[in-house]
Every structure is written in C-alpha cells, then in structure tokens.
Design a protein. Structure first.
Length: 331
C-alpha cells in the first residue's frame, strides 16, 4: 500500500509540474542508499562491531538451547525413577527456561529488539549526511526530484546516467578529507573538485579529457621508449669500444694472430681453425695471462725491494757494530 501511495504522489508531482516541463525538461535523479552506506568507512566499521555483537547474542541463545535440551534428555532418562512432584518440578523449570529464552531472543532480534534499534541509531547520522549531500547536489545541479532506489518506492526502470550515488559518496569523502587539510590545501582541492564536476556534468568534455589523457600517456610512453633505446645504443657502443680495446691490446702482446689459419680437407673444403667464440676465449685467456704476468712482475719487484732494504739495514748494523768494536779495542 505504501508503494502505491508513493507512486501516486510522484505521478501527481509530475502532473503539477507539467507546465514547467514544457519550458524546461524535468530533471530527475536517484540514489542507492545501500550502495552509499557500503562506501562510507564509518558505517562499515560500526556495522562490523554490530555484527560481532549479534554473533555473540546468537552464541548465547545456542548455549541456552543446548542447556534446555540437556534438561529434557535428563528428565526423559530419569522419569521412571522420579516421583510425580519431582517430574512436575522439572517440567516447570524447563518451561521457565524456554520462556526466558524466547523473551531473550525477542529482546535481541525481535521487531523492536536491540539489533534493529542499534542499526537505526548507527544509520541515522550517516543518513542525515547523505540527505544533506543530496540537497546540496540537487540545488547545485538543478534537479527537480531525487528518489532512493533502495526504499519502498518501486523503480521499474532507471537509466544509469541519472544515478548520482557516486556523486553523493564523492561529496561525503571530500567533506571528510577537508577536515584534515590546511586552508591553502582546501582551496586547491576545491578548485580541483570544481574542474572534476565540470567534466562529470559535461559528457563531451569528459570524453575530450579522456582522449587528452590517452594522448599524454602515449607521448610519455614514446619518450620512455626512446630513452630506453638510447641507453641500449650507448651500452652497445660501450661494449663495442671495450671489445675493440681488448683486441688491440691482445694484438700488441701477440697472443692472437691477425689472420685466421685455415686447413684444407681432402675434399678441397676449408675449415676455420678459430671461431668467433674461440677467439673470444683466447682473448680472455690472453688477458688473464697478461694480468697474471703483470702481477708476478709486481710481486718480484716487491720481493727484490724488500731484500734490498733488508740488506741495507744489515750493512748499516754491521758497520755500526764494527765501529763500536774498534772504539772498544782502542788503548
């Protein structure tokens, strides 16, 4: 019945504004309250706490049910051994606990129970924020009517372009962010929000912005690809130069012959003795041997220098001793 009343109300409003509609099209939007509430962090956290309480109440109910079942089972087992008075007393105890359990269940999960009441208390402040945001959006964007899709009003069809739920979530999120900003940051954020609202309200501008962003991304990718190619080219040039210097050094030491020796087989074909890989291996070996020889020469020089130093010290000590001996032997 409530749905039909709401539909009649909407129909009457549309008929009343028929004159206005001829001069300016009626602008209608709708929201999905359930969708908006799921997007609000405070509501999600409070809802989680409420669900934990409900789970605790359910466990308490299950425990009481188990206790009552045990009493019934015990009475059934011991009934033949009990007197009529004891049986009646036990049955009264079971009935009392069943009534108590029923009252507790109604108190927690009934139509006016704690779960419904606390959920209403939880949703109320957030609903007020949503209603305020909807009013601000309706005044700013010149909406004539805004409905709630999740309410009792039956919407047989609703085009997605009239859904302003994301806009409401955006307003709530912005309000929360502004509280943590400085005055300068707030002004910059408001300017950014104004530009974003212009894009959202103008589909052509939004498509143009998307195209511009796409072209910008393509340009950045092209610049990045060129940078990578230049770095690769530089690395190849450095490797080539390094190889050239190594080959030049190897030629000076005579470890690699400039000409490749070829052997002629019996059938007249020629096989190259040294392949490119072999040349590289030979060059590496020659380089290694050259380093070893150089290191050996340095070590030999160090040893010779140390021996010379020790010999000089020994000669000085001998001369000093001879001088002292001559002094002591003098009459």
């Amino acid at each position: 019945m409530k749905k039909y009343i709401l539909l009649l109300l909407v129909t009457s409003l549309l008929i009343t504004n028929n004159g206005k509609a001829q001069s300016r099209g009626i602008k209608i939007g709708y929201i999905d309250m359930e969708y908006i509430l799921e997007k609000v962090p405070d509501y999600a956290e409070a809802k989680n706490q409420l669900e934990q309480k409900a789970e605790k109440w359910k466990q308490e109910i299950e425990t009481k049910k188990s206790d009552i079942s045990k009493l019934k089972e015990a009475l059934k087992t011991e009934k033949v051994l009990l007197t009529k008075e004891l049986i009646e007393e036990r049955e009264e105890e079971i009935t009392f606990q069943e009534n108590e359990l029923l009252e507790y269940t109604q108190k927690k999960f009934g139509p006016n129970g704690d779960l419904i009441v606390q959920k209403a208390v939880l949703v109320k402040p957030i609903q007020d924020q949503v209603f305020n945001a909807v009013q601000d959006i309706a005044e700013a964007k010149k909406y004539d009517y805004i409905f709630d899709k999740s309410s009792d009003l039956t919407m047989l069809f609703a085009a997605k372009k009239h859904d302003i739920s994301d806009r409401v979530v955006q307003v709530l999120t912005r309000a929360e962010k502004r509280e943590q900003m400085t005055t300068k940051q707030r002004k910059l954020e408001e300017e950014k929000e104004r530009k974003q609202d212009m894009i959202d309200d103008n589909p052509e501008l939004s498509d143009r912005q998307k195209l511009a962003d796409q072209r910008k991304a393509e340009r950045l990718k092209m610049v990045e690809d060129k940078k990578i190619a230049a770095e690769q080219k530089k690395a190849d040039a450095d490797a080539k130069r390094k190889q050239f210097l190594e080959d030049k050094a190897n030629k000076k030491t005579g470890t690699v012959s400039d000409k490749s020796n070829t052997d002629t087989t019996k059938d007249g074909s020629t096989n190259t003795d040294t392949t490119v890989a072999d040349k590289k291996a030979v060059a590496e070996e020659a380089k290694k041997k050259s380093l070893e020889d150089r290191q050996k020469v340095i070590e030999d020089r160090k040893i010779a220098a140390e021996e010379k130093r020790l010999k000089i010290i020994a000669d000085r000590e001998a001369a000093k001793k001879a001088k002292e001996d001559a002094k002591n032997n003098k009459p």
